[in-house]
Ligand binder design. Structure first.
Ligand SMILES: Cc1ncc(C[n+]2csc(CCOP(=O)(O)OP(=O)(O)O)c2C)c(N)n1
Ligand SMILES: [Mg+2]
Length: 266
């Protein structure tokens, strides 16, 4: 059973590495950077029921950075949406746990993702739709920082503010790195706080690997605008040879690295 604790974060990190080691492919860096966010959401903040994953008036989570699927799968398995042993089938032929999440195959996955840039639009639609139905649902979406270079993100942000979607929380995993380098070198994001404020969001900025800060930001009562949580994180967090390394993006541990990483996490 998953709870909100540093021990649960360690468990999620170990699950992620175990999956990647077993599959021989996947994305370590961006899965490890968002562990505290996943733990806070699936450890307690989201109003969801593993026995009834499609309950319409639940809370929703969209993993817009779908390549971090191992982090989502680990959280769902620890929250008992499916048996934990299945994590070892990551990316194997026939497994429901493919490299990117599929809502039609994996219990607890609210949206199929992997093509970057789409999640904020989807979450905006979910926030509008659940509000129209009169549900008390809150909708959370997690994007990468590099992902924000997709223009579609900003169209969706404009719409979310226009419709005053106070039930929507956008979390940015601001780890500073994307697939081929630091954001600042590839396409500088500039002052994201000022940008989201100008678009009509309420913005807060936190250390996204500090569990207390994450919980406080994600559980704060809704205001009258959509909220943007700029979460400063470390790509590859928890594993010394992955932290802040561009190469950790699509990294997979070999046997020796796996042992070292598991020891480091403790
Ligand atoms: C539309 C689209 N273009 C390219 C890719 C390939 N791709 C997968 S991850 C990634 C980099 C994402 O960087 P970022 O958003 O910063 O994610 P993180 O650092 O959290 O892993 C890219 C370019 C994709 N999945 N979708
Ligand atoms: Mg990034």
């Amino acid at each position: 059973m998953l709870d909100i604790s540093t021990e649960s974060c360690k468990t999620l990190r170990k699950d992620i590495l175990t999956m990647l080691h077993a599959s021989g492919s996947g994305h370590a860096g961006g899965s490890l950077s968002c562990v505290e966010i996943m733990d806070a959401l699936y450890g307690g903040i989201l109003r969801i029921d593993p026995q009834n994953p499609k309950k319409p008036d639940r809370d929703y989570f969209v993993l817009s950075k779908g390549h971090a699927a191992p982090a989502l799968y680990a959280a769902l398995a620890e929250r008992e949406f499916f048996p934990k042993e299945e994590l070892l089938t990551l990316r194997k032929a026939g497994s429901h746990l493919q490299g990117h999440p599929d809502k039609n195959k994996v219990p607890g996955v609210d949206m199929t993702t992997g093509s970057l840039g789409q999640g904020i639009s989807i979450a905006t639609g979910l926030a509008l739709g659940t509000r129209a139905k009169g549900y008390d649902s809150r909708v959370y979406v997690l994007t990468g920082d590099g992902e924000l270079q997709e223009g579609l993100c900003w169209e969706a942000a404009m719409a979310a503010a226009n419709y005053k979607l106070s039930n929507l929380t956008l979390i940015v995993d601001w780890n500073g790195l994307q697939i081929d380098g630091p954001n600042e070198e590839v396409m500088n994001l500039g002052d994201l706080g000022a940008k989201f404020r100008a678009f009509g969001f309420e913005v807060c900025e936190i250390d996204g690997n500090d569990l207390d800060q994450v919980v406080k930001a994600l559980s704060a009562p809704a205001g009258d605008k959509p909220r943007c949580v700029l979460a400063h994180t470390v790509k590859g967090k928890g594993v010394s040879f992955y932290e802040n390394q561009v190469g950790s993006h699509g990294a997979v541990p070999n046997d020796e690295q796996f042992e070292k990483a598991m020891k480091e996490i403790g």
